[in-house]
Structures are given as structure tokens and as C-alpha cells.
Design a protein around this ligand. Structure first.
Ligand SMILES: NC(=O)c1ccc[n+]([C@@H]2O[C@H](COP(=O)([O-])OP(=O)(O)OC[C@H]3O[C@@H](n4cnc5c(N)ncnc54)[C@H](O)[C@@H]3O)[C@@H](O)[C@H]2O)c1
Length: 269
């Protein structure tokens, strides 16, 4: 399927690892230029590898999503260097690193950082790119949320709440950007084997007495089989396939939507 993304420029925030990196590769495979932005120092190397494997133009930029001025500099530099910024993907995210069941296992002081990275970082990103998207009168924004947003996760309540708020902001942004033909959607992945997902298991593992601890593959594998009707893990590439479709003209009447790529874990009418 030709997704007509050649010559466009995609910016993947949280692009140095896992789902974000796979989305960057999917855009590059479609012929788009790709800017990976991340707080990880590995981001430049990942961008270099992507350029080599896909023969497309890439760049890696180190930035912390919580730093709004840094995000503005990112947006301005992409447009001045690449001439445009068409597709903005927010894939940065983090968990609390603690097992949040029941919620009082966490402390209220665990919440602000999680809300900042998973929610305010996305708001910073949207603000930073808004002048460029509205001036161009085209483009897409994609928020990577989570099924946790829709079910009240019993493993990490601040993460779950931040992801729910991100879906609400997706709706606000979709309405406001619509007059500029900029579409805004969200993907909720189910369970994908990445450092972030492993962190959920680690937090559970560390909270258990030694004799009840189980391996990541055993604990999380059983959970996947139980909660997802399709009974299997999602892959970063599953999420990336939906991401490039949503960015493409094939999806030109889709905005303000939440697409679950979760093996059927959450179903709505
Ligand atoms: N893996 C899953 O099962 C799963 C499920 C649902 C949703 N998600 C969401 O998918 C997205 C990608 O996560 P992943 O699973 O690929 O995890 P990951 O840990 O592999 O990637 C997250 C990336 O975000 C970056 N990041 C974190 N804080 C940042 C900050 N302050 N500034 C800039 N970059 C920052 C990290 O450096 C990392 O590269 C996240 O939003 C996550 O919440 C993941």
C-alpha cells in the first residue's frame, strides 16, 4: 500500500527506544525524513542507524519533554533544517517504577513526575509545533496513550490517569486543529515488550516475597494470554503500522479518535 508519505517530515518524540523507534522506522520505510527526539543520549546513534538502514534523511535530537523552551527550539530547528514538520508523534512515556496496587502503595509525591512526562510533555509538544502546523495548514499529530487510560490500571494509577488525560487533550487538540486541516489521533497499545513494559513487571517483582516472584516472560506472558482475546503480545511494529496509516491521506477523515492496538483487550461499541 502506498501511504504517500514520501517527502514528508516526521518528528518522533520519545523516538530512541521501543514503540517510538519502531514508528520512526516505519515512517522512514515510507520515504519520510525522520527526526528522533528523546532525552536519551542514544538518540543520535539510533537516528544514524536508521539513516543507514533505510537510506532516508534522519536526525537525532536530545531533549527533555518537560522543558518547554527546549521543545520550542526542537520545533523551530526541525522546520528551519528540514523545511517542514508534517507528522508529530508523541511516544515519550514513563511509569512510576513502583507497584501501585493498591494505590496507597504509592505516595502522592510519586504523581507529579508521571503526569509531567506522560501528559504535560505531550502538551508542550503540541504547543511547540502548533505555530508550524497551523501556518502549513496540514499535518497530523499522534499521541501514544495506553489501554491503561480506559480501564483504571491497577498497577500504576498515576500512569493510568495521565494516559486518560492525554486522550482528553487529544480530543481538545483535534477540535482546535481541525480548521487548519491538522488531524489529531491517539493509539492505545496493549502490551508490548519494551523497557517500559518490563518496568511494570520489575515493580511487581520487587514488591513480592522471594518465593512468589516469577520471571517477566512467565508473569507478563500469562497476563497477556488472560486479558487479550487474541492471546498474544503486541509488537512495536503493530503500533507503527497504525501510526503511519493514521498519518497518511488514507486516514484523511479520521481525527479525534482513539485506536486500540491491543489484541482486543478493550472493546467499545
Ligand atoms: N510497552 C507497552 O506495553 C506500552 C503499552 C501502552 C502504552 N505504551 C506507551 O508507548 C509509549 C512508548 O513506550 P515504550 O513502551 O516504547 O517504552 P520505552 O521505554 O522503550 O520508550 C520510551 C521513550 O521515552 C523516552 N522518554 C522518557 N521520558 C522522557 C523525557 N522526559 N523526555 C524525552 N524523552 C523521554 C525514553 O528515553 C524512551 O526512549 C509510551 O508513551 C508508553 O506509555 C507502552
Amino acid at each position: 500500500m502506498n501511504l504517500q508519505l514520501t517527502d514528508s517530515v516526521a518528528v518522533i518524540v520519545g523516538g530512541a527506544s521501543g514503540i517510538g523507534l519502531a514508528i520512526g522506522k516505519a515512517f522512514a520505510d515510507e520515504g519520510a525524513a525522520v527526526v528522533l527526539a528523546d532525552r536519551s543520549a542514544a538518540v543520535a546513534e539510533r537516528a544514524g542507524e536508521l539513516a543507514q538502514s533505510t537510506r532516508t534523511r534522519t536526525a537525532g535530537r536530545m531533549v527533555d519533554v518537560v522543558d518547554y523552551e527546549g521543545m520550542r527550539r526542537l520545533a523551530d530547528s526541525v522546520v528551519s533544517e528540514f523545511g517542514r514538520a508534517d507528522h508529530i508523534v508523541y511516544a515519550a512515556g514513563m511509569g512510576s517504577g513502583k507497584f501501585g496496587f493498591p494505590f496507597w502503595n504509592l505516595s502522592p509525591s510519586d504523581w507529579p513526575r508521571i503526569l509531567e512526562v506522560n501528559l504535560v510533555g505531550a502538551v508542550n509538544t503540541a504547543h511547540a509545533f502548533a505555530p508550524h502546523l497551523t501556518a502549513a495548514r496540514r499535518g497530523t499529530v499522534l499521541m501514544i496513550s495506553s489501554v491503561a487510560a480506559q480501564i483504571g490500571s491497577q498497577t500504576d494509577p498515576p500512569y493510568s490517569a495521565a494516559k486518560a488525560a492525554l486522550l482528553n487533550f487529544t480530543h481538545c487538540a483535534a477540535k482546535d486543529f481541525a480548521a487548519y486541516d491538522v488531524r489529531v489521533n491517539a493509539i492505545c497499545p496493549g502490551m508490548v515488550q519494551t523497557p517500559l513494559n518490563r518496568g511494570v513487571w520489575q515493580a511487581w517483582h520487587d514488591s513480592q516475597p522471594p518465593d512468589t516472584r516469577r520471571s517477566y516472560e512467565d508473569w507478563a506472558g500469562e497476563k497477556v494470554r488472560k486479558i487479550a482475546p487474541l492471546g498474544r503480545w503486541q509488537t512495536p511494529e503493530d503500533i507503527a503500522a497504525m501510526a503511519v496509516f493514521l498519518a497518511s491521506p488514507r486516514a484523511n477523515n479520521i481525527t479525534g479518535q482513539t485506536l486500540n492496538v491491543d489484541g482486543g483487550q478493550v472493546m467499545h461499541c
